[in-house]
Ligand binder design. Structure first.
Ligand code: ATP
Length: 359
């Protein structure tokens, strides 16, 4: 059992920087929670406070109901996996993995059994006598995981553990971490700036920006119901299209024409948010449409991205780019006037100043 509770947790550095502001979060036993956000948003600082590597300036951190603010990292029964792996170059894989247990003066036969078990789980058995210099990046990463695993800790904390791997390996390791976490059922808090990693790995995602939690939820819920414009733009790839819109009786006037959405109680101006994947080509003529000229098509294999540029007009002073994600068979081509269709009910509306989702 390992429930981690952050109760109004903040971090203020001596130079006055507030890196984390009033975070309230309950991480359930066995849960896999991802802290995600752009560089500098405070995710590593939050993780370091849970680990005990960074002092908590305000609020309380509880593990299984016990306040641990003042407890040293080694007394929190938590294992951390770093981006750098932090392996000892002069030790073999076996010695590296055994290290935390050797330090804790665990009896030798018990160490051997635990290392063996972790090596089997991580497919490292054949590599136990090698040194880190003779391992690939992915193998080193697994050794770092193994070293965390042998301790059988209450929780794993991982700070960008895959960021040093190439794209293909990252995807492979992502699925193996996911499988391992499900199998072990150990509470895990995982930091990443990569929204795909966040979407695919976590039971729940915590999206942070400027030290503040912007939204907490299951990946699909966050994608479907982003709380604000920041979250809407951060989750989803390519990012959501944002169009300044004037609210009129017949709908929202935007650079792509009128979006037939009529809602009471909207401010005079809003920002309309349309996911690139909401657009359909002329094979599915349904809902509302707009017509524009495709500047550029990027072929991605299974799908293609079509970019439109709308020049500033009388009411909209900014050039606006709109991207649509269509399947590879879509009969569109660069330079042609093209009509795309979308469901106006799925358009998000954001407050122009606060960014709050009004839909
Ligand atoms: P990254 O992905 O780049 O690691 P992050 O989201 O993990 O970013 P943090 O490392 O938690 O962000 O940093 C949050 C904020 O706190 C940043 O503005 C950073 O500059 C600041 N910060 C971090 N450590 C210190 C420190 N020791 N003293 C002052 N400010 C710090």
């Amino acid at each position: 059992m390992a429930e981690i509770v952050l109760d109004g947790v903040s971090k203020r550095f001596p130079d006055g920087t507030t890196a984390v502001h009033d975070v309230n979060l309950t991480i359930a036993d066995r849960e896999f929670v991802i802290l995600v956000g752009p560089s500098g948003c405070g995710k590593s600082t939050t993780l370091n406070m849970i680990a005990g590597l960074e002092e908590i300036s305000a609020g309380e951190l509880r593990i299984d109901g016990v306040r641990v603010n003042e407890r040293a990292p080694r007394d929190r029964d938590i294992a951390m996996v770093f981006q750098s792996y932090a392996l000892y170059p002069h030790m073999t894989v076996r010695e590296n993995m055994a290290f935390p247990l050797t330090l804790a003066k665990t009896p030798k036969p018990e160490i051997a059994a635990k290392v063996q078990h972790a090596a089997e789980l991580l497919d490292l058995t054949a590599l136990l006598d090698r040194r880190p210099a003779n391992l690939s990046g992915g193998q080193r990463q697994r050794v770092a995981m193994g070293r965390a695993l042998v301790r059988d800790p209450k929780a794993f904390l991982m700070d960008e553990p895959l960021s040093n791997l190439d794209a293909k390996l990252r995807v492979q390791m992502r699925t193996s971490i996911s499988r391992l976490q499900k199998r072990l059922g150990t509470t895990t808090v995982y930091v990443t700036h990569d929204q795909t990693e966040a979407m695919t790995l976590g039971d729940r995602i915590v999206i942070m920006e400027s030290g503040l939690v912007q939204q907490v939820g299951a990946p699909q819920d966050i994608y479907d119901h982003p709380a604000n414009r920041f979250v809407a733009g951060f989750i989803g790839s390519p990012a959501m299209n944002f169009l300044p819109a004037e609210v009129h009786d017949d709908g929202l006037h935007t650079v792509i024409g009128t979006i037939p959405v009529r809602r009471a109680g909207l401010p005079r101006e809003v920002v309309a948010g349309i996911r690139p994947e909401l657009f359909q080509d002329t094979r599915i003529r349904h809902g509302a449409s707009f017509t524009g000229t495709v500047d550029i098509i990027e072929s991605m294999g299974a799908e293609k991205l079509a970019y439109f540029t709308f020049e500033p007009g009388t009411s909209f002073t900014q050039e606006t780019q709109v991207v649509a994600r269509l399947d590879a068979k879509s009969p569109i081509s660069e330079g042609d006037p093209t009509t795309l269709w979308y469901d106006p009910a799925a358009v998000h509306l954001f407050h122009p100043e606060t960014g709050v989702n009004l839909t």
